[in-house]
Design a protein around this ligand. Structure first.
Ligand code: ZN
Length: 347
């Protein structure tokens, strides 16, 4: 089976490491999203490194949100994008920082649907590149981190800043409404909203959005824990993925960066620092091993009915299991590679 991972973050210095994992897991190609500096000269330098592995990396760049408060930012960012598409950028990645981090000169959050950003979304459409647009997070990030919170083993320590509970952030509903307005206002631009559009725990809402916006796609990254829960969740996930098999992309959100590779545990396993001591292990070997287990778990979830007890990514304190969906072969082929091939014109 051919597999394209439509959501990863590979720092260029770890391109070889990523290829080692891809070769072992049967992943033909990954879409890698630049962290925040994927424009101009840095993007060009990174592309030169990724291109040493022909056909293995599709690179999504960024706009320079560090300049968001400069007058005319939208227009100048769009101009930069046009040049970057000429350099080989295949898509634009926008992080959830839009909505939850960037503030204007008055200290107010930039709204996702601010019209001053429209030139960016327009340029993506005109250049024929999709936007990987992450907005908001799961509902539980806005709720108290107590024993009922499914993310309670994550939303503390290293990741405590992911919790938005009573910290004055915009609500999830506001953010998603603003996002949807952007998508509707730009029908000629393709939007891939990662993590099932931040609606993995409300697949009816996820389905409504797909029905309302033909230019919207999802990736599955980082949400199989919630979609795979035994009983109603996994049954509904199976129905949803069969119904929308043309609109969903396989993705893992695997990360290869300077904080996690030296620690030897795939970042997306979401272990707290020091939780899995390196001891005598070689960090690169263990990064390969933990990332392979992580990726394989995603593939098995879609293609088999295997029950995974304590899958290799942390979520809740109590431990949990996920049930493989065993999707029909046609749906697997579309989700695992055909859809992204079509969207990104990968031959
Ligand atoms: Zn990501």
């Amino acid at each position: 089976m051919t597999i394209i991972d439509a959501h990863t973050h590979v720092l260029p210095q770890y391109a070889d490491l990523a290829v080692a994992v891809m070769d072992r897991c049967g992943v033909e190609c990954v879409l890698t999203a630049e962290w925040h500096d994927g424009f101009g000269q840095a993007l060009e330098d990174h592309l030169a490194i990724f291109n040493r592995h022909p056909d293995r990396f599709v690179v999504f760049g960024n706009v320079d949100f560090g300049r968001i408060n400069e007058p005319g930012f939208g227009g100048s960012a769009a101009k930069q994008m046009e040049q970057d598409v000429g350099r080989g950028m295949r898509g634009l990645k926008v992080y959830k920082a839009l909505g939850l981090e960037y503030r204007d000169e008055n200290g107010e959050f930039w709204r996702v649907n601010d019209e001053r950003l429209d030139p960016i979304w327009d340029m993506a459409g005109r250049s024929g590149i999709p936007v990987l647009l992450h907005t908001a997070d799961p509902p539980m990030f806005w709720e108290p981190v107590n024993e009922d919170n499914f993310w309670n083993a994550v939303l503390r320590g290293e990741y405590a800043w992911w919790s938005y509970y009573r910290k004055g952030f915009p609500s999830r509903e506001e953010l998603l409404a603003e996002r949807n307005e952007v998508i509707k206002r730009h029908p000629n631009t393709l939007f891939i909203c990662p993590h099932v559009g931040s609606n993995a725990s409300s697949l009816d809402a996820a389905a409504d959005d797909l029905d309302a916006m033909p230019n919207l796609y999802y990736d599955l990254s980082a949400r199989i824990p919630i979609m795979g829960l035994p009983g109603r969740r996994s049954e509904r996930a199976r129905e949803f993925l069969i119904a929308y098999q043309d609109r969903v992309l396989f993705g893992t959100d695997a990360i290869y960066d300077d904080t996690n590779v030296p620690a030897g545990v795939q970042a997306q396993c979401l272990r707290q620092p020091g939780e899995v001591p390196l001891e005598d292990a070689d960090p690169l070997d263990r990064y390969i091993e933990t990332t392979m287990n992580f990726v394989q778990s995603h593939i098995d979830f879609l293609t088999t009915d295997r029950v995974q007890i304590d899958p290799p990514f942390t979520r809740t304190d109590r431990g949990y299991s996920i049930v493989g969906l065993g999707l029909p072969p046609d749906a697997c082929e579309k989700i695992l590679h055909q859809n992204v091939r079509r969207l990104l014109e990968i031959s």
